[in-house]
Every structure is written in C-alpha cells, then in structure tokens.
Design a protein around this ligand. Structure first.
Ligand SMILES: [Zn+2]
Ligand SMILES: [Zn+2]
Length: 156
C-alpha cells in the first residue's frame, strides 16, 4: 500500500473524536476562513496543513470509506466541485498545471477512512529545504488562498 495512504490511515485511526474529515468539515464551517464553498454534499477547503500554495481538499459530506460507496448525487456534486475549484484557480493563476489525487480506502478495507480529493496546483517547485527535510514551506497562508478563491468561485 502506498505510504501516503498508510499515513492517512494512521491519522484516521489515531484521531479520537470520530472521523478526522467529518470533524474537519464541522470545524471549518465554524468561521469559514479556509472554506471555498460547501453545500449539503461536499466541502472545498484550503486545509490548515496545506504544504503548498492554493492546495485544496474536496471532501464529500457523507462519511464513505470508498468512493464507490457514495451515492450518485454525492459523486455528481464532487465532480462539479472539482470543476468549480479548477475554474476558481484558473481565474487567479491562469491555465496552471495541477495534480488531482483521489484518496479512497483500500479494497475491502473497513477501518477508519473517508475518501476525498486533493487538488495540488503546480505553482512552486520544491527546493533543497523541502527535498532535504520533507518539510514543506507554504508561502501563501491557506486563509488567504481561500479568501482569494472564494471571491472568484462560482456558487457551488
Ligand atoms: Zn468521515
Ligand atoms: Zn488524502
């Protein structure tokens, strides 16, 4: 299993307040500073742990481990949310390259997890510090990134 998924699984398992992503959705709704948009089905947020500028996390609101567990309605809304996030990014950064990462629980896995999508715009390069330490330096606070993106985001 890829290390990224293993690390996330450990984070889900260690978290004691239920599901870490369901808790993230609730916590981010309180002041909304890092939220691009949210509706009954999905939330798009610039997570407080963002390692790179304008990194986004798109979370289905229903607690589903596997992408294939989600309802057609949730999947359709996730698709629209990805599109709308990319439109907002394009408004600010033009035709920027990006990576979309779908993280879903491993096949038959029944432990703690909640599938989600990462959106990483390729706006900066990793240099010696990041490569040497594995510690990312993010020059744009997620609150600022979210504020800018919110202004240009279409209503989801
Ligand atoms: Zn959850
Ligand atoms: Zn992930």
């Amino acid at each position: 299993m890829p290390g990224e998924i293993l690390e996330e699984q450990r984070a889900f398992t260690r978290f004691e307040g239920g599901c870490i992503l369901c808790a993230t959705v609730e916590a981010e709704l309180v002041d909304g500073k890092r939220v691009l948009f949210s509706n009954d089905d999905v939330m798009c947020v610039s997570p407080y742990w963002a390692g790179a500028p304008y990194e986004l996390l798109i979370i289905p609101r229903s607690h589903d481990l596997h992408l294939t567990d989600s309802s057609p309605q949730t999947l359709a809304t996730m698709g629209a949310a990805i599109r709308d996030s990319l439109i907002a990014l394009r408004e600010i950064h033009g035709d920027v390259a990006y990576n979309l990462v779908f993280h879903t629980a491993p096949h038959h896995y029944t432990g703690a997890y909640h599938w989600h999508v990462h959106l990483f715009p390729n706006l900066v390069t990793t240099a010696g510090f990041e490569r040497g330490t594995g510690v990312m330096i993010n020059i744009v606070p997620p609150e600022l990134a979210a504020e800018q993106l919110r202004k240009v985001a279409v209503e989801a």
